[in-house]
Design a protein around this ligand. Structure first.
Ligand code: GDP
Ligand code: MG
Length: 187
């Protein structure tokens, strides 16, 4: 990747000099809201139409628990599940695996990603933290995936689990991204 590889989320390595860095990767089937979540985190705004074929890396200077950190977000777009995963596997400090709570197919799609990541974590040290993230919480009326489904899958893969909405409050979305940074920091 253009930023090189390595777990750079280690603020203890060089105190007060270079700011810590954290590379977050959003994964999940098309349409689950990865780009909307990325834009929300970066701008506090909900952008309802976002180029579905655009994959990019964005950077933002954040302060998590009073410590400055450069957060880079890779907003992926896969047409058919986890292919060419080398582009993010060793780059990532943490993964956010996203589905849409109103779409069971997107939830099933997460399992392939989680399996790929679990396999990677088996051979890679230290472990890269994973967050399972149910998006579109505002679509609760059309829910197809229960919170219990999410928690069960997350516990099978040892991930944290959250439900959010890219079009509701910013702080809930920020909280999830910050949790990813915290996990990456503390291993
Ligand atoms: P991506 O393919 O995973 O990047 O998905 P997008 O971010 O492009 O979102 C796909 C569609 O879902 C778009 O029409 C978004 O407006 C919509 N969307 C994304 N997040 C939410 C959400 O939290 N709630 C609702 N209701 N729609 C969302
Ligand atoms: Mg997208």
């Amino acid at each position: 990747g253009i930023f090189g590889k390595g777990k750079t989320c280690n603020s203890a390595a060089a105190p007060d000099k270079t700011p810590a860095e954290c590379n977050l990767v959003l994964l999940g089937v098309m349409g689950c809201g990865k780009s909307a979540l990325t834009v929300k985190f970066l701008t506090k705004r909900f952008i309802s139409e976002y180029d579905p074929h655009l994959e990019d890396i964005y950077s933002s200077e954040e302060k998590v628990d009073q410590q400055p950190v450069t957060v880079r977000v890779m907003d992926t777009c896969d047409q058919e599940g986890p292919v060419n995963s080398e582009r993010y596997l060793s780059w990532a400090s943490a993964f956010l695996v996203v589905y849409s709570i109103d779409n069971m197919e997107s939830f099933k799609g997460c399992q392939l990603y989680l399996q790929t990541l679990a396999l990677h974590n088996k051979t890679f040290n230290p472990q890269t933290p994973i967050i399972l993230l149910g998006n579109k919480l505002d679509m609760d009326r059309y829910r197809q995936v229960t919170p219990c489904d999410g928690e069960l899958l997350a516990s099978r893969f040892g991930c944290l689990f959250f439900e959010v909405s890219a079009c509701l409050d910013f702080l809930s979305v920020q909280h999830v991204f910050y949790e990813a940074v915290r996990r990456a920091r503390h291993g």
